[in-house]
Design a binder for this molecule. Structure first.
Ligand code: ADP
Ligand code: MG
Length: 398
C-alpha cells in the first residue's frame, strides 16, 4: 500500500487529531449499534499506548437547525467510548473556542478527549460539510499530526478530513482506513484471480457505475436481487410485477453486450403475489414469471449455479442482497450465498460492501468468516466504482 499509516509515526507527546466515524444509530439518546465505535478502538488504543494525546472527533447525523443539536450530541458516544477503552474520555461539548483549546493543552501523554459533533458547524453555511477552509485550518491548528480513520465519510470532502489534511504537515491512515484501502483498493487494483463479483440489491440505477467498473475488473459478475429484473426484461422476458426500472432496460442491454458473457443472471426465481413476509412462494423459470407475480429471491437452481461459480474464485466481492432478505421466507438466496462465501475463508479473499449486505451477513452470524466487511455504505460503493475517494487521497504517500 502506498499510503502512510499510523504505524509510520512516532506518537509520543504528540497532539494527535483523529477523525473517526462515530455516526452510530441512536434512539432516545441510546446507541443501538456500537460497531463503529468498536471498529475504531485499535487505532485509539495504539495512540494512547504510544503516549500520544488523542483529540477525537466525528460527525453524527445531520444538523439543519438548532433543534437538531440536542439529539445529535456526541456525549453518549464519548461515555460509551470511555467504557470500552476503560479509560477516562474527556468530552468537550463545543467544536471550537477557548474551552476546546484549553482542554487540548491540558492533555498529558496517553490522554484522550473527544469534542462535539463536527456537523454542529453546519448550522451557519455548511462549514463542515462544505469544507470551509478556515474551519479545516482551525482544527488543524489544534494538533501536530492528523490520523484519518473515518472510511464512512471518505467519499466526501469535508473540513474534518480533507480540510485538516491540507493544513497540517502529516496525514496518515488509521488501522480501519488502512484495512479498507488494502482490501477494497488493493483488491480492485491487483486481485488474485479468478475474481467473482456478486451484485444484488434493489436498483440498477444505484449501482450502474459499480456494475461498469466491476465488469472491467472481475472475471465473472453474478447479478441477483431486485436489479436482476431489469436485466431479465432486457433479455426480452416478462417480469410480472417485479421491481423494474423501465428507463434502465436499454442500459441493461448495453451492459450485457459490454460484458461479453461475463454476466451470469440465473435461471429461476422465487416469486410471490404480494410484497409481504407471509406471501406464498412459487418457483418460476426466469422466462416464465406470471403477470401477477413478483420476483423476491433467486431460485434453487440459480443458487446452485451461483454457488459453483463462486467456489471457483480466489477473490469474491459482494454488494447487494440477492433477495428480500428482510423477510425470512425470501432470505434463502442471500443466506446460501453468504454461507458459501463464508466457507471459503481460508481459500479466498472475500469482501463485502454495502450497508444492507453487511447487515444481512451480520444477521446470519457470519461476520467473522469474511476477510473484510466494509464499514462504509456510500463510501464502499464509490470505492467499488473505481473512484478516487478524497478522504483517502488526502493521506500522505509513503
Ligand atoms: P446495499 O445496502 O448492500 O448496497 P441495496 O441498498 O442496494 O444494498 O439493496 C438492499 C435492498 O434490496 C434490501 O432492502 C432488499 O430487500 C432489496 N431487494 C433485494 N432483492 C429484491 C427484490 N427481488 N425485490 C425487491 N427488493 C429487493
Ligand atoms: Mg442499502
Amino acid at each position: 500500500m502506498a499510503k502512510k499509516t499510523i504505524r509510520d509515526l512516532s506518537l509520543k507527546g504528540k497532539k494527535v487529531l483523529v477523525r473517526v466515524d462515530f455516526n452510530v444509530p441512536m434512539k432516545d439518546g441510546v446507541i443501538t449499534d456500537e460497531n463503529r465505535i468498536v471498529q475504531a478502538l485499535p487505532t485509539l488504543r495504539h495512540i494512547i499506548d504510544e503516549g500520544g494525546r488523542a483529540i477525537v472527533f466525528s460527525h453524527l447525523g445531520r444538523i439543519k437547525e438548532p433543534s437538531d443539536q440536542e439529539k445529535n450530541t456526541l456525549q453518549p458516544v464519548a461515555t460509551r467510548l470511555g467504557e470500552l477503552l476503560e479509560k477516562n474520555v474527556t468530552f468537550v461539548p463545543v467544536t471550537r473556542g477557548k474551552a476546546l483549546e484549553d482542554a487540548v493543552n491540558q492533555l498529558k501523554d496517553g490522554d484522550i478527549l473527544m469534542f462535539e459533533n463536527t456537523r454542529f458547524e453546519d448550522l451557519d453555511g455548511k462549514k463542515e460539510s462544505k469544507n470551509n477552509p478556515e474551519l479545516g485550518a482551525y482544527w488543524a491548528s489544534l494538533g501536530d499530526v492528523f490520523v484519518n480513520d473515518a472510511f464512512g465519510t471518505a467519499h466526501r470532502e469535508h473540513a474534518s478530513n480533507v480540510g485538516i489534511s491540507s493544513n497540517i504537515g502529516t496525514t496518515v491512515a488509521g488501522f480501519l482506513l488502512e484495512k479498507e484501502i488494502r482490501f477494497i483498493g488493493g483488491t480492485l487494483e491487483a486481485p488474485e484471480r479468478p475474481l467473482v463479483a456478486i451484485l444484488g440489491g434493489a436498483k440498477v440505477s444505484d449501482k450502474i457505475n459499480v456494475i461498469k467498473n466491476l465488469l472491467n475488473v472481475a472475471d465473472k459478475v453474478l447479478i441477483g436481487g431486485g436489479m436482476a429484473y431489469t436485466f431479465f426484461k432486457a433479455l426480452g422476458y416478462d417480469v410480472g410485477t417485479s421491481l423494474l426500472e423501465a428507463d434502465k432496460v436499454d442500459l441493461a442491454k448495453e451492459l450485457l453486450d459490454l460484458a461479453g458473457g461475463k454476466i451470469l443472471l440465473g435461471t429461476d426465481v422465487v416469486t410471490a403475489k404480494t410484497f409481504d413476509p407471509d406471501s406464498e412462494k412459487n418457483i418460476r423459470p426466469v422466462d416464465g414469471i406470471p403477470a401477477d407475480e413478483m420476483g423476491m429471491d433467486i431460485g434453487p437452481e440459480t443458487r446452485e449455479l451461483f454457488k459453483k461459480a463462486i467456489l471457483e474464485a480466489k477473490t469474491v466481492i459482494w454488494n447487494g442482497p440477492l433477495g428480500v432478505f428482510e423477510f425470512e421466507r425470501f432470505a434463502e438466496g442471500t443466506k446460501t450465498i453468504a454461507t458459501v462465501i463464508a466457507s471459503m475463508k481460508s481459500t479466498a479473499t472475500t469482501i463485502i460492501g454495502g450497508g444492507d449486505s453487511a447487515a444481512a451477513v451480520i444477521g446470519f452470524g457470519l461476520e467473522d468468516d469474511f476477510t473484510h466487511i466494509s464499514t462504509g455504505g456510500g463510501a464502499s460503493l464509490e470505492y467499488f466504482e473505481g473512484k478516487t475517494l478524497p478522504g483517502i487521497q488526502c493521506v500522505d504517500e509513503r
